[in-house]
Design a protein. Structure first.
Length: 177
């Protein structure tokens, strides 16, 4: 019900996409947690279908292929993906392959960088991590994504300065495509 209220607020503000984390989707479609997630998201998605607001799950805890299969199994068109390449890297997934796996579902993206599993795992300033930006941005273009690249910086000594630097970095990357 809280998510539906947030979707109503989004609609009132003219926002078409609401993003959130949904937790990890179990790989086994017969698992009780899979059925619970399916039922909850189908209810949210059906509501989104009626009011014209998409609910986008943030990527990361599962592979792009696993999330794409879960989304295909839903009986609604309003549950999509908010693609975060850093979250994919955190969990040891290829952020470029994930774009291809989730292509039809990506309605929003984060521009965030990270170092993957290991002793130095974590978020880093854009361009200093393991996201292969040129390949990642090319993949987004190839699947037809032309939406926002929302810079997200959650840690660091000066996140505001990191965001300014990230915007410059992204402009350079995009100009080279």
């Amino acid at each position: 019900e809280k998510t539906k209220r947030m979707m109503e607020l989004a609609r009132a503000l003219g926002v078409k996409v609401l993003t959130s984390h949904i937790g990890q989707i179990p790989e086994d479609p017969d698992a009780p947690e899979y059925r619970t997630a399916t039922e909850a998201l189908e209810e949210i998605g059906s509501y989104g279908d009626r009011i014209g607001v998409v609910f986008a799950s943030e990527t990361g805890p599962e592979s792009g292929a696993a999330l794409a299969q879960f989304l295909r199994d839903l009986k609604t068109k309003s549950i999509k993906a908010n693609y975060d390449p850093a979250n994919m890297v955190y969990h040891g997934f290829d952020p470029v392959q994930g774009v291809y796996d989730l292509g039809e579902f990506i309605v929003h993206t984060h521009a965030k960088d990270a170092i993957g599993p290991g002793p130095h795992r974590g978020e880093v300033p854009l361009g200093e991590g393991e996201v292969p930006w040129a390949r990642y941005l090319r993949a987004l273009r190839e699947i037809g994504y032309d939406g926002y690249l929302t810079i997200e910086r959650e840690v660091g000594e000066d996140p505001a300065a990191d965001i300014v630097t990230a915007a410059k970095f992204l402009r350079r990357q995009l100009s080279n495509l």
